[in-house]
Design a protein around this ligand. Structure first.
Ligand code: NDP
Length: 245
């Protein structure tokens, strides 16, 4: 039997890379897309191939309709369609509201939220034909509770929750589940920019008293992608060491 196929957007590094590898370990063929990091994305694919699966990295900016259309037609041609979509690609452009430019607001919404919309729409077309599928949005605890200095990012991540719940209602009857993983403070390039004082402050606020790892997030994604999770849809699973309680 052919392997199931997972598309993880933004798999060149960080959480996306580890999600690719953990899904590969479970026997999924992997497709990822990146907008800049071709070499890094290829490294991720080599790590996946160590588990005997097919793994392909394609250049596609998730905020551009044309790139997303081409990405999904390549998946259809090579693999016959996608079974699991993980909307992971994301950026931050933090600033307090009075200093936040319109461009920085638009960029973050375009990549994080519109990207998830465009990919979910194309994935849904392919999943509807198979009458099964899994869509998993990587949101953030910031999308639940907000965060000073992240009005654009928090809006995009809250939007990803609304998007997932709406799609869960639209697609549930067709065998497709749609859920959200909301990571807390996870050690990646995105959080490496924070000062040591800020990192210590956040770690103190977390009941588990440690930052999360990309593996912590990937384990939750693998759980939601599995056939055993078929009766779970429209849910938000916080992977945050208790931070958002
Ligand atoms: P990184 O910055 O380490 O990686 C982001 C990934 O997204 C890269 O692979 C990048 O690839 C890709 N990407 C960025 N823009 C685009 C685009 N336009 N099209 C396609 N791919 C793109 O982030 P993390 O691994 O830390 O975060 C992954 C996800 O988890 C994000 O959605 C983030 O918001 C979320 N998250 C992270 C948390 C954390 O603490 N780290 C906490 C909560 C949520 P390239 O640069 O090659 O284009």
């Amino acid at each position: 039997m052919a392997n199931r196929v997972a598309l993880v957007t933004g798999g060149s590094r960080g959480i996306g890379r580890v999600i690719c590898v953990e899904l590969a370990k479970k026997g999924y063929d992997i497709v990822t897309c990146y907008s800049r990091g071709a070499e890094a994305a290829e490294e991720t694919m080599s790590l996946c191939r160590e588990y005997g699966v097919e793994a392909v990295a394609l250049c596609a900016d998730v905020s551009r309709q044309n790139d997303v259309t081409v990405l999904f037609s390549e998946i259809k041609e090579r693999f016959g369609g996608v079974d699991v979509l993980v909307n992971n690609a994301g950026i931050t452009k933090d600033n307090l509201i009075l200093r936040m430019s319109e461009e920085d607001f638009d960029d973050v919404i375009s990549i994080n939220l519109k990207g998830a919309f465009l990919c979910s729409k194309e994935a849904a077309k392919q999943m509807l034909r198979k009458k099964s599928g899994r869509i998993i949005n990587i949101s953030s605890v910031v999308g639940i509770g907000g965060n000073a200095g992240q009005a654009n990012y928090a809006s995009s991540k809250a939007g990803m929750i609304g998007l997932a719940k709406s799609l869960a209602k639209e697609l549930g009857g067709k065998g497709i589940t749609v859920n959200v993983v909301a990571p807390g403070f996870i050690q990646t390039d995105m959080t490496a920019e924070l000062s040591e004082d800020m990192k210590k402050y956040w770690e103190q606020q977390i009941p588990r008293k440690r930052a999360g790892s990309p593996e912590d997030v990937a384990n939750a994604v693998c759980f939601l992608a599995a056939s055993e999770s078929d009766y779970i849809t429209g849910q938000v699973l916080a992977v945050d060491g208790g931070m958002s309680m």
